[in-house]
Design a protein around this ligand. Structure first.
Ligand code: G3P
Length: 248
């Protein structure tokens, strides 16, 4: 039993080691609360992502629904939370507390997703708290001025997602390329280590390639993968766009 657990840990560490070199390049799959990933399906989708990540020696992060994060985090895959609260550890009922997520091998979190917006004060507090816990922070923003404002907090990532394109199947990299190039500039102007991801409407490898060409360091995707017929094939198609872009 002990040797199995050790092998598992080693496998997770190996994945970490191989992907650390391309640490800043990120491919995040947000499972949201889609019916398709209910119950055991979240494990199936996470396993597909882990397999493709190993094949392309890149980091693919999965964000399962809250009640499944610790179960999925037992797999050799990097797990982020879809949301975290500012509530303290202790007698705080019904909130998602980063310190406890970390103990369940959750490595980071989306903050202020378009479908779960929070206050600027909470965003600031959570970036500092995740930094203190060595957990990855991804602040989601809806426009360039928010990207500019929140890049100053030096989160690990800013993720630009125009709300009108989310779930549309019309890719941000094709419908609104200027929002990516302007957000890349806004983040660069912060002169810190923050990187830019983009998301909304990404459904093909070509959408991914276009986003990387425009200067994004990675992508945040949901329906384009969760609603795909063949999860592994689609994740592989997206990962291939990264390898072809020589970003990893
Ligand atoms: O968090 C990612 C998400 O909001 C993008 O959604 O379905 O357009 O890939 P989707």
């Amino acid at each position: 039993m002990f040797s199995v657990t050790l092998a598992f840990r080693q496998r997770t560490l190996d994945i970490e080691a191989t992907t650390n070199s391309a640490e800043s390049i990120l491919f995040i799959i947000n499972f949201k609360n889609y019916e398709e990933i209910s119950d055991g399906n979240s494990l199936r989708l996470a396993k597909a992502a882990s397999k493709v990540a190993k094949k392309h020696k890149m980091k693919i992060v999965v964000c399962p629904p809250q009640h499944l994060v610790s179960e999925v985090a037992k797999l050799p895959v990097t797990v982020f939370s879809q949301h975290v609260d500012t509530s303290k550890v202790g007698s705080t009922t019904g909130f998602i507390v980063p310190e406890l997520l970390k103990k369940s091998r959750v490595r980071g979190s989306l903050i202020n997703h378009s479908e779960h917006r929070i206050t600027g004060q909470d965003i600031e507090q959570l970036v500092l708290r995740l930094k203190g816990l060595k957990m990855t922070s991804v602040i989601c923003v809806k426009n360039v001025s928010e990207a500019k404002k929140y890049a100053k907090l030096n989160p690990d990532y800013i993720a630009i997602e125009p709300p009108e394109l989310i779930g549309s199947g019309k890719a941000v990299s094709k419908e609104r390329p200027e929002i990516i190039t302007n957000s890349v500039k806004a983040v660069k102007d912060a002169k810190n280590s923050t990187r830019l991801l983009c998301g909304a409407g990404i459904v093909t490898g070509d959408d991914v390639a276009k986003a990387l060409d425009l200067g994004a360091d990675g992508i945040l995707v949901a329906s384009g993968i969760v609603k795909a017929k063949n999860w592994e094939k689609t994740i592989d198609e997206f990962a291939l766009a990264f390898t072809k872009s020589r970003k990893i």
